[in-house]
Design a protein around this ligand. Structure first.
Ligand SMILES: Cc1cc2nc3c(=O)[nH]c(=O)nc-3n(C[C@H](O)[C@H](O)[C@H](O)COP(=O)(O)OP(=O)(O)OC[C@H]3O[C@@H](n4cnc5c(N)ncnc54)[C@H](O)[C@@H]3O)c2cc1C
Length: 484
């Protein structure tokens, strides 16, 4: 038997543009692939059941795509990262593999695991080849003139743009069909526990569907993206965060497709494409931050001085926020979208997160954990980045004295109240203008709760609490709304 090489899949559940898989397939040896369901680890990381179900479905889909190329995928259920480390050592030894391939993950526990895996492999005489696939430019490679990581998005973006052009090569092809793999005589052919296709009613776990979704967005919505992306009722964004978070798509594939339809331009060109590319750069920015500042993985504020803020312990109010019972229709509709769809529009994530951290003065870490449990695109870097932005504790965060008024946000971004009516049907019978802020009688008639906190009271309470950080440079009254 020719010894195979081992390819370890993680958050890169795709066969196209997968640098580790591509390199493994270039070795002139059979490829055997492995992926782990690490249920205890997932529980410790607060990942919710719906996302776990989608990940398992994506593994099953990957299994079929690889099988069509005669690449066996072992899907093993183990407790945690430590157990996966042991199983990798086991399979390297059992298969006689001398090479291990994987794409990097950047969170602290994942990095610790990989250090140990590399040590084990070295002791076994196995060569480990690691690749970057989660960002177009590897974390750590975009720095300021002093060689330090950027803490602010705009200069990061500028530096990123300067390097990204040459890096944006065509996505890698899927591996070719290999000769059927012959399991060594001393090994029983393992049976993978391929998940029963437990289909999510709204989200596909297939790589092919992710490609189609990308193409549809580019063809139908990207051109108007800059004008329409802020209106949750329009469904005008790509919703690619879910396939991106599972690794069904790579950022390179997204950027490459956008640039092709933007007359070859990564920067500038058509406003819709440019704006969308900028959002993908935000994604890169947050990943680069996570690597540069690993404290972000440990529930620490990016700005340590904000740790003095006295968050309120208010479990009942937190529960009302989670369940969409705050009495602020736009916040409640947002939370309902999360609970029903496993996804929330970006504008609403900002409104809802700011409402929790400012109007209710509840610690951003509680909100982050809740989003992490329910979002199908849950991702430590972007979720943490978004929450710390909203709570004004983060890199390039919203200044603490600029607090969204949820009622104005609602009127501006859901002017017809259609989105509210869709997710809070109790208010659908009200005239559109009343849906943003029903009066007492309307609330009683619709069985809708009174507001959990009065806007100006909540705002002032937040300003007072954040005031310990020092006076704002500008008069807060001049910034009733955050212009975004
Ligand atoms: C409080 C909060 C929590 C968030 N949690 C997550 C999360 O767990 N996972 C996640 O992927 N995004 C998160 N975001 C960012 C953003 O809301 C989502 O990426 C976006 O709504 C996904 O929808 P889309 O794919 O249609 O995005 P599009 O508008 O089509 O954008 C394209 C892609 O760009 C990236 N992107 C867009 N906006 C941002 C942003 N603000 N920050 C980082 N990347 C961005 C995403 O990968 C997205 O798929 C969060 C934002 C906030 C304010």
């Amino acid at each position: 038997m020719t010894e195979p090489v081992l390819m370890w899949f993680r958050t890169d559940l795709r066969i196209h543009d997968n640098p580790a898989l591509h390199a493994a397939a270039q070795q002139g040896r059979p490829v055997v692939a492995i992926v782990f369901e690490t249920h205890h680890q997932w529980a410790r990381h607060g990942i919710g059941p719906r996302k776990i179900n989608l990940m398992r479905a994506a593994m099953a889909s990957l299994h079929d795509s690889l099988a069509a190329r005669n690449i066996p995928l072992l899907i093993e259920t183990v407790a945690d990262f430590e157990a996966s480390r042991q199983r990798i050592a086991h399979w390297l030894q059992a298969l006689g593999a001398r090479q291990l391939f994987f794409n990097n993950e950047y969170e602290v526990n994942e990095r610790r695991r990989d250090i140990m895996v590399c040590r084990d492999a070295a002791a076994q005489g196995v060569d480990v080849q690691r690749f970057h696939d989660q960002c177009l430019l590897a974390p750590g490679s975009v720095n300021n003139k002093a060689g330090l990581p950027f803490r602010v998005y705009t200069p990061f973006r500028k530096a990123w743009m300067a390097d990204a052009g040459p890096a944006l090569t065509a996505p890698l092809p899927a591996p070719a069909v290999q000769a059927p793999f012959e399991w060594p005589d001393h090994l029983l052919m393992p049976v993978s526990s391929v998940a029963e296709p437990n289909v999510d009613p709204l989200w596909s776990a297939s790589e092919d569907d992710a490609h189609q979704q990308l193409q549809e967005f580019i063809d139908e919505r990207a051109r108007q993206y800059h004008q329409e992306r802020d209106f949750p009722g329009l469904d005008s964004t790509s919703r690619l965060s879910v396939p991106l978070s599972l690794g069904l798509l790579s950022p390179r594939q997204c950027l490459y497709a956008a640039v092709r339809f933007n007359d070859g331009r990564l920067d500038g060109g058509r406003s819709g494409f440019q704006t969308w590319i900028n959002e993908l750069v935000w994604r890169e920015f947050y990943r680069h931050l996570l690597v540069a500042f690993p404290e972000l993985c440990k529930h620490r504020a990016f700005k340590p001085e904000t740790e003095v803020i006295r968050w309120r312990h208010a479990p009942d109010e937190f529960a009302a926020w989670c369940e969409g019972r705050t009495g602020y229709p736009i916040v409640d509709a947002a939370q309902q979208q999360l609970l029903q769809e496993g996804w929330m529009h970006n504008r609403l994530r900002m409104i809802s997160a700011m409402f929790l951290t400012k109007h209710l003065l509840i610690d951003w870490r509680q909100g982050e954990a809740f989003f992490n449990q329910y979002l199908l695109d849950a991702d430590l870097a972007s979720n943490n980045g978004g929450w710390q932005w909203s709570a004004s504790t983060g890199a390039d965060g919203a200044p603490w004295f600029r607090i969204f008024n949820p009622l104005l946000q609602s009127r501006k971004f859901d002017a017809t109240g259609e989105f509210i009516a869709r997710f809070v049907p109790a208010l659908a019978s009200l005239p559109p203008d009343s849906r943003h802020e029903p009066d007492g009688l309307q609330r009683r008639r619709c069985g809708y709760p009174t507001a959990i906190v009065e806007h100006s009271f909540g705002r002032q309470r937040a300003l007072d609490a954040f005031g310990v950080l020092g006076k704002p440079v500008t008069d807060p009254a001049a910034h009733p709304e955050l212009p975004l």
